[in-house]
Ligand binder design. Sequence first.
Ligand code: ADP
Ligand code: ADP
Ligand code: MG
Length: 448
Amino acid sequence: MFKKVLVANRGEIACRVIRACKEMGIRTVAIYSEADKEALHVKMADEAYLVGPAPSAQSYLNIDRIIEVARESGSEAIHPGYGFLAENPAFIERVEQNGIVFIGPNSEAVKAMGLKVEARRIMKSAGVPIVPGTVDPISSLDEAKKVASEIGYPVILKASAGGGGIGMQIARDEAELEQAFNMCQKRAQAYFGDPTVYIEKYIEKPRHIEIQVLADKHGNVIHVNERECSIQRRHQKVIEEAPSTVVTPELRKRMGEAAVAAARSINYDNAGTVEFIVDPNLNFYFLEMNTRIQVEHPVTEMTTGIDLVKWQIRIAYGEKLALRQEDVVINGHAIECRIYAEDPDKNFMPSPGKITKLVWPQGEGIRIDAGVYEGWSVTPYYDPLLAKMIAWGKDREEARIRMINALRSTVIEGIKTNIGFHIGALSHPLFIEGKTYTTFVEDMKNYK
Ligand code: ADP
Ligand code: ADP
Ligand code: MG
């Protein structure tokens, strides 16, 4: 096994990866920016190196410096976490050119899924159902109008290079299309440096259900069940659970097989997630593939007993998957709440500042993946995710009650958080009934 791994990330995911390494007897190397000198991941790692000033472009995205640190520290492999450089094929190539192992998929597979229109085209040829829409970029408003009237309104415009729920625009009729098209193009350029946009049919009252896959470098591919991630704000997940309340063993098998086919079609290796949108009739359509560990991976771990991060490391080392499809079972139910430093009353805007008091909950079935500690100041430079709180129960109701109790006994002072929002969501009749489609957050407020 590797003796030393560099973790090219920060926050809770860097801590999570360091924990897996420690359990495997691997030494860990952290990197940090000037804003993160006192960060938790720096304290947890065996060694830590400054990589640059606070802005991520100069630190956590500074490929030259990260490679230099990997070489200087004698790291044999790099785990990228999620976000930052995790899905950057140029980074993967640089890592490999330096004789270092990238703990993630091969760069070709990442490239294939990096541009969403391209990914749609590949999936279509692999026989994986995609959301109706274009498999070519849309370059003018006229073309957008033509395509939209063909597939029928409402439509959703997306940045091909997009992610994190950013830039998507819904148009319900031709009058709304012009502004939506211009806005989407503008955001695509501003956030992702690529103005390419495409159009999909907007599915009403959908669920977001994704399939975890694990693939080794020897051609073995399995899926590790679904995660239901429909509870979102600004198209970004905030509550996730496994299993989904609507997925039957039969549907799980079909979605699982589609995800495995998707992975095989691009010679995927390592852990990855195939995201699907599921309509009210339970038709499922490929949305995108995330070629990395996912934020919400713990709900899969808690219900299967499979440590996904350890498997990422073993697969990258070249080990064969010791798991067969029939070894993957579901034990109980898990719910995850993403705890953000944000203000639910101000459209979930980030709320950085010093954490003056912090007490995490305890008890049977509760897991906390945190990236912060009492006395730490949340900086405005990065994603304001503080921690993930995961509750496991023998069934959904036990997990739900445990989660609410855990949220209620959490103390975070000095900054605003979304804990109150989570308690409201989990106590809501729609959630209790399992009616967790993607407009849940808006519907929750209007529900009588
Ligand atoms: P997942 O798809 O794993 O559920 P998110 O959509 O929350 O996760 O994205 C994962 C993480 O990746 C985010 O928390 C954020 O840190 C990072 N991320 C996603 N999109 C972007 C982006 N466009 N720019 C910068 N960071 C991003
Ligand atoms: P990102 O890369 O930002 O994660 P996705 O394509 O995965 O983008 O979509 C994120 C979310 O946006 C989905 O989970 C869903 O809530 C919404 N969404 C995306 N495409 C559609 C669609 N065609 N119809 C309805 N909702 C959609
Ligand atoms: Mg997505």
